[in-house]
Write a protein that binds this ligand. Structure first.
Ligand code: ASP
Length: 336
């Protein structure tokens, strides 16, 4: 992309003081640029991410954004916080295993140029999101899975981790004893999930996103959900907006969820409305909605954001210059 095309700061010179008296539009903020001592109009920086673990992750992402870093670096750094948290049972090395006791991790990342990278079914590596970025930056491919992803990670010396961790192994053994019948049928266990999906808009007006998970607890060996699939768990189009998903990956994949949300925004829907319509499409495509929780969050190129879920209870973390809080997403129905 040419420098001209790049939405960078507009330097205002003498207009600065006058313009700073005018209420800025939703899309921009007026800040004083420390290096030039001039007022500049910058797109509003913002980070949103799924669930409560998003608060800490957003703060790490914000550090990058506020030092004029890129949205891409921000989302990678942000979700690495969650991946490093060994008390988290649904993301990274502290995550729960599949039925056979293997913790298999899924992640993807996408930037403003529609470059993307993903890993799935990756075992024993601490930061799957960085490996996903490595696939994007260092190969001509988009996705590596299983042993191939692991070999790639080891070749480039991404940090290893031994999984499952002790407490998780203990829980898994207990679960196995109590759920013998589940081994005979491919049923989804609904106890534990909660991917982190993060979307950011940087001071240059660029969008990026990241998504990382250990997937559904006690999933069938080999199962991969929506989270590492570009278009399902995450999608970015810098001309329009960004979206990511959490919840039952199978349902999200069926409607190419995050891509659908972005396309709805392209047609003029607000981020929340786009998420709502995607959720309604999931509902329309499934006869049985028992336990079928799915949620989307979305961010448009102007920094407007929103979220929506099938059932009550989905929330997301929001970080802006003035806000650092959880937002309850609107929803289609309450749990009975
Ligand atoms: N979407 C994830 C998966 O299906 C799980 C979740 O976010 O709840 O693996």
């Amino acid at each position: 992309m040419s420098d001209l095309k790049r939405r960078t700061f507009f330097k205002l010179g003498l207009f600065g003081a006058a313009i700073s008296l005018v209420k800025p539009s939703k899309a921009v903020e007026i800040i004083s640029d420390a290096s030039t001592k001039k007022f500049v109009i910058a797109p509003k920086k913002i980070v949103i991410s799924t669930w409560n673990h998003g608060i800490a992750a957003n703060r790490a992402a914000w550090e990058v954004l506020s030092s004029k870093g890129t949205a891409l670096d921000a989302v990678e750094k942000g979700v690495k916080i969650t991946e490093s948290d060994m008390s988290n049972r649904s993301v990274g090395g502290g995550g729960r295993p599949d039925r056979s006791g293997h913790v298999t991790l899924d992640a993807c990342i996408m930037d403003e140029k529609s470059r993307c990278g993903a890993v799935a079914y990756l075992e024993g590596i601490k930061h799957p999101i960085s490996v996903a970025r490595g696939v994007m930056d260092r190969t001509q491919h988009v996705m590596l899975v299983g042993d191939g992803a692991r070999d790639f990670a080891l070749d480039y010396e991404y940090e290893k981790i031994k999984t499952p961790i002790k407490e998780v192994k203990k829980d898994w053994k207990k679960w196995k004893k109590e759920n013998k019948e589940l081994f005979k049928k491919p049923e989804i266990n609904h106890e534990n999930h909660d991917t982190i999906g993060m979307l950011a808009l940087d001071a240059f007006g660029n969008l990026s996103g990241a998504c990382t998970t250990s997937g559904w607890a006690y999933k069938m060996p080999g199962r991969v959900g929506d989270s590492p699939i570009i278009g399902a768990g995450l999608f970015i189009d810098n001309e329009v907006g960004a979206a990511c998903a959490t919840g039952m990956g199978e349902a999200i994949i069926r409607i190419a969820g995050s891509h659908t949300v972005v396309e709805l925004m392209r047609q003029g829907k607000s981020p929340e409305e786009a998420c709502k319509l995607a959720v309604e499409r999931i509902i329309a495509k499934h006869d049985d909605l028992t336990n079928l929780q799915c949620g989307f969050i979305a961010l448009d190129k102007y920094g407007n954001y929103g979220g929506y879920s099938v059932y009550k209870g989905f929330n997301y973390a929001l970080k802006t210059e003035n806000r650092d809080e959880m937002v309850d997403a609107k929803y289609n129905r309450s749990w009975e």
